[in-house]
Design a protein around this ligand. Sequence first.
Ligand SMILES: CC(=O)N[C@H]1[C@@H](OP(=O)(O)OP(=O)(O)OC[C@H]2O[C@@H](n3ccc(=O)[nH]c3=O)[C@H](O)[C@@H]2O)O[C@H](CO)[C@@H](O)[C@@H]1O
Ligand SMILES: C=C(OP(=O)(O)O)C(=O)O
Length: 526
Amino acid sequence: MPSPGSSRPVLTRALESPLVTSKSSTGIGRLIRDARMQRGLTHSQVAEALALEPSVLRDIEMGARSVDLDEIARIAAALQDPSLAPVGRTMHLRIKGPTTLSGSIDVRSSKNAAVALLCASLLNKGRTTLEGIARIEEVNRILEVLESIGVQVTWSADKSELELIRPETLDLASLDVEAARRTRSVIMFLGPLLHLLPEFRLPYAGGCDLGTRTVTPHLQALQFFGLNVKATDGWYNAAVRETDGGVRHITLTERGDTVTENVLMAAALYPGTTVIRNASPNYMVQDLCFFLEALGVTLEGIGSTTLTVTGAEEISADVRVAPSEDPIEAMSLITAAVVTKSELTVRRAPIEFLEIELAILGDMGLQYDLSQEYPAANGRTRLVDITVHPSTLRAAQDKIHPMPFPGLNIDNLPFFAVIAAEAEGRTLIHDWVYENRAIHLLELGKLGARTTLLDPHRLVVEGPTNWRSQEIVCPPALRPAVCLLLSSMAARGVTVLRDVYVINRGYEDLANRLNRLGADIQVFYD
Ligand SMILES: CC(=O)N[C@H]1[C@@H](OP(=O)(O)OP(=O)(O)OC[C@H]2O[C@@H](n3ccc(=O)[nH]c3=O)[C@H](O)[C@@H]2O)O[C@H](CO)[C@@H](O)[C@@H]1O
Ligand SMILES: C=C(OP(=O)(O)O)C(=O)O
């Protein structure tokens, strides 16, 4: 796997030479100060972690003292901020267990809505402001791609807002191919670009290594908008022909999230009506619908499997939207509480997208309370605080399997392997969707879980588990990697989890946030 810092922004560029100039020292110092302040840490707290005098850290922040690459790596580790890490260094975690967590934690906004909104910002000639976007590697990669084609990208000083302004003409020839290949989301450029360019090419989509992931439904559906794609040598070569107006009826061959988003984006700049059947009503699709509404697109059926879209010839609006909280992060944090047998409140959980998960957990014996519902910043998504109590769990009676929304979310399925490992008895987990994700979960065996793979899609987990520490390299799949991190908090001893780029792809500052709840996780680079 490539190193996490391969497309590292400002600091890396400033540090191309270990002989840091006084000018770049000032820039580096400012980045360190910003990262420290964003984490709410004092000079003394960070200096203590680095075994430095606070005055030395102050000098570094003011640019009065230069730092070399090793020192930068230590500071990045102390601040647990991967964006500070020098290029070529790989981030790892050292987790000391067993841990009991306590307190409460807010769920951050979702990776999957963030990437959809970033791609959709290409539709808008005006200024798009996104509030509360998670600072994760997947977002960084899409931003690198957008910047490379000419989009003006500006974070506010505290990183709570992100502003995007598209140029009149996009420079696809300069597209950052390396960044694009590291995400699945770049496929969602097809929908907006087909209105902006008569011909273009995009590199094959990446993302988690979960076995073959089809893009055929995207290509079939976008043909209705005149898009014709030939895939050769790692590239989608797209040509767009004129199409007749009128009402378009598109039935998706799969109820996929990103395919629904692609068709929505294509329909948004089509000045007629498009009816999408078998659309995904999942959380990221709903966030995209709210964004399109803010852009002036008319939508009916949000949250259902039939979406009717009336698009516009041109979109030019100054808009400000906030994507909602991530149900998958909420499920990850519930799992953290379960595996460490802790009492924990997971605040700002989008309940509509967790109901089945909670019903299954309730059947397994999990004790939890829900607060009153309250609205997310978008005014639409319903949030609750979930307090999880230490509970004695039993295996689920029936197999646990995902379904397109409204079913158990496929990205939440891996967490049930960890929870099943805590429960008394045998649980069958059936991942019919992905070819490889269940295989990656076998890594839990290294931490002591008793897992048996019946075939690539069916995993039996037998609990309860006496978790033990281990040195493990992250599998190339986000959720299984996070499952290892969460389980290692319950393991006696020190677990080393190597190369956690894949976790940083979807979770902001996870180690630090778990530490605030009582975990003992250190970041280090080599
Ligand atoms: C950026 C983003 O938003 N990524 C999410 C999105 O990926 P994405 O939308 O790319 O998901 P895929 O298109 O890969 O679909 C997932 C898998 O489900 C299969 N499938 C899907 C629907 C269906 O009705 N029948 C069917 O067989 C597909 O063939 C594929 O193998 O949705 C996935 C499934 O929720 C999530 O894991 C990803 O986190
Ligand atoms: C599979 C996932 O993401 P992606 O579609 O970005 O690979 C995920 O979020 O678990």
